[in-house]
Design a protein around this ligand. Structure first.
Ligand SMILES: CC(C)(COP(=O)(O)OP(=O)(O)OC[C@H]1O[C@@H](n2cnc3c(N)ncnc32)[C@H](O)[C@@H]1OP(=O)(O)O)[C@@H](O)C(=O)NCCC(=O)NCCS
Length: 190
């Protein structure tokens, strides 16, 4: 993905682009700052640990100085009965840049890129009050479940192709490319 400039308002300038090799450390530091302390133990992480993000679907936001201020990743998953999709998360924006449109820009860029790459659906566990504005709904995940504890009304889906989640049922499983040993060492996880 080429970098695109996004200006949410006159006071905030940022760009959205592909996460680069070597940005893992800054990303992990951001996640440690803004996420709940137990985020690595969540059910979503069981579908990410040991895998690489879906090709082309690790994006970051940078401020005008090039510092990383936001991150989003999507992961290849499938339902137990073989319907393929993407799991979104984590999405996080640095406290100093919140409510400036960075999160929305990351979401829109990720949805657009996933559509361009031919994916059919995106799933996530998060606040419906935030994600509904991008078209996510809990109605699409009623027959699906996460591998571990989660709240069903926070388990949301978005179809990028018509009826992509129709008939999808059962527990999600990871289907992405596996991390190799040295990538583990660089903590390119979560
Ligand atoms: C959620 C998050 C990514 C939003 O990023 P952001 O850059 O502030 O988002 P935007 O600027 O696009 O949108 C901000 C709007 O979303 C609202 N919003 C933020 N988090 C929300 C939530 N959990 N539920 C409902 N609305 C939320 C804000 O109140 C704000 O509303 P306003 O525009 O009426 O003022 C960011 O707050 C964050 O990193 N939170 C901590 C990590 C996290 O919880 N991530 C998962 C979200 S379930």
């Amino acid at each position: 993905m080429n970098f695109m400039s996004v200006s949410a308002d006159a006071e905030s300038n940022f760009t959205i682009g592909a996460e680069q090799n070597g940005e893992g450390r800054a990303r992990n530091a951001l996640l440690d700052r803004v996420m709940a302390p137990n985020w690595r133990k969540k059910s979503s992480n069981a579908l990410r640990r040991g895998y690489m993000p879906s090709r082309g679907l690790a994006l970051v936001a940078r401020n005008e100085f090039g510092s990383l201020i936001g991150t989003i990743r999507l992961w290849d998953v499938a339902s137990e009965n073989g319907k393929h999709g993407l799991l979104l998360g984590p999405l996080a924006v640095d406290d100093a840049s919140k409510s400036s449109g960075v999160g929305s820009a990351l979401m829109k860029a990720a949805i657009s890129k996933a559509t361009e790459l031919g994916h059919g659906a995106i799933l996530l566990v998060g606040d419906a009050a935030y994600y509904e504005r991008f078209g996510f709904s809990a109605g699409l995940t009623q027959q699906l479940s996460m591998p571990g504890p989660y709240e069903q009304d926070r388990f949301l889906g978005l179809e990028l192709k018509k009826d992509a989640l129709a008939g999808a049922a059962g527990v999600l499983v990871p289907t992405g490319r596996k991390l190799i040993a040295n990538q583990h060492k660089n903590k390119l996880v979560g």
